[in-house]
Design a binder for this molecule. Structure first.
Ligand code: HEM
Length: 116
């Protein structure tokens, strides 16, 4: 099945209020847990307070078992769209904004016999 992508704005609309669905975001995955609230061993309240939001930390901090994580999977409806994800810096910058680094690479260029 094709993955659906949602924006943070769309997710925020599913805040469990006024008959809205209860969606939560965990590690860039979107879950519709509307039908799970009553079944949650910690009580529905704990989840509704995170409705429409990223609860990655709260979910992890609760120390959920492997079973809980497995159960979660069945509620997945899609993923957070790429543009809205927290940007990770690339491990190796492609262009250097650091003049010192530029100087270094220029020096290695000069001293590198292979280039001559
Ligand atoms: C913001 C989201 C959530 C928070 C803050 C939260 C918090 C908690 C807490 C505090 C407990 C312990 C309750 C107790 O021992 O009395 C618990 C248990 C549990 N929760 Fe959640 N929960 C969240 C979402 C979910 C979701 C989405 C699922 C699964 C679909 C889930 C599945 C379970 C299960 C199965 C347990 C029983 C203990 C275990 O197997 O880890 N929870 N939760």
């Amino acid at each position: 099945m094709e993955t659906k992508f949602f924006s943070l704005e769309e997710i925020a609309k599913n805040d469990g209020k006024d008959g809205n669905k209860t969606w939560i975001l965990i590690k860039n995955n979107v879950y519709d847990v509307t039908d799970y609230l009553d079944g949650h061993p910690g009580g529905g309240e704990l989840i509704t307070e995170w409705a429409g939001k990223d609860c990655t930390k709260a979910f992890d901090d609760a120390g959920h078992s492997g079973d809980a994580k497995k159960e979660l999977k069945q509620y997945k409806i899609g993923e957070l769209r790429e543009e809205d994800r927290k940007q990770k810096k690339p491990a190796v910058p492609t262009t250097s904004s650091n003049p010192k680094e530029d100087r270094r690479s220029f020096c290695s260029y000069l001293t590198c016999g292979l280039c001559a």
